[in-house]
Design a protein around this ligand. Structure first.
Ligand code: HEM
Length: 180
């Protein structure tokens, strides 16, 4: 039996009011902290039909200059009833001076988006620097993400995708509201 080790002693915060104190470099991304949930629509020229989905997204931090990112999506019917689980992803947003961001986002479909971009008050824009794929993943060559905080305090999300021989174009658009 290994010696007893006390539980991980550091906390994770999803609001600027919670401990630990936010790192100075996180100032431009504080508006993203928390859990957001809402509905979106998805499309792609290779798909027979557009689809409607729900998504829950959480940004948190542990006092260091990066955000932990986690998102779960599920397809829904016209009454918000769940049809089936869809994309899941998790990753890290490494915040650099002057609001520059380097993000790593991984998906269980074998895709890793390594992204670079900028974040300012109410706007974050990231574009893929590299996309890494496992041997059996779909052929994704580029992605782009934009998060906009609207005056109504919703988080609008747009995801563009270049994949399976198609040029970079719209895949997803969603409007999320803060739930925590
Ligand atoms: C909210 C997140 C997302 C949702 C709800 C979603 C949903 C879907 C759906 C429903 C399809 C049709 C195939 C299927 O039924 O599974 C699809 C296809 C696809 N998605 Fe997404 N997706 C999401 C995020 C992403 C991301 C982040 C990427 C890549 C970085 C991506 C890349 C693709 C690719 C490559 C295809 C296959 C296209 C083809 O083979 O014709 N998706 N997506």
């Amino acid at each position: 039996m290994p010696d007893h080790v006390p539980a991980y002693p550091y906390s994770e915060a999803s609001s600027p009011d919670q401990a630990p104190k936010t790192h100075e470099l996180l100032k431009p991304v504080l508006w993203l902290l928390g859990t957001w949930r809402g509905r979106g629509r998805g499309t792609y020229p290779t798909l027979a039909d557009d689809f409607t989905y729900a998504q829950e997204v959480t940004f948190s931090h542990d006092g260091r200059p990066f955000l932990r990112y986690e998102a779960k999506a599920w397809l829904i019917d016209g009454q918000d009833g769940p049809l089936r689980p869809a994309a899941r992803e998790s990753g890290w947003w490494r915040v650099q001076p002057e609001g520059r961001v380097e993000a790593l986002i991984t998906q269980p479909t074998g895709i890793v988006e390594v992204m670079v971009g900028d974040v300012g008050e109410g706007l974050a824009e990231l574009a893929s620097h590299t996309v890494a794929l496992t041997p059996t993943a779909k052929d994704v060559t580029a992605t782009r993400r934009r998060y906009t905080l609207t005056e109504g305090a919703t988080l609008d999300f747009v995801h563009d995708l270049a994949a399976v021989g198609q040029p970079l174009q719209h895949h997803l658009g969603a409007r999320l509201g803060r739930v925590a």
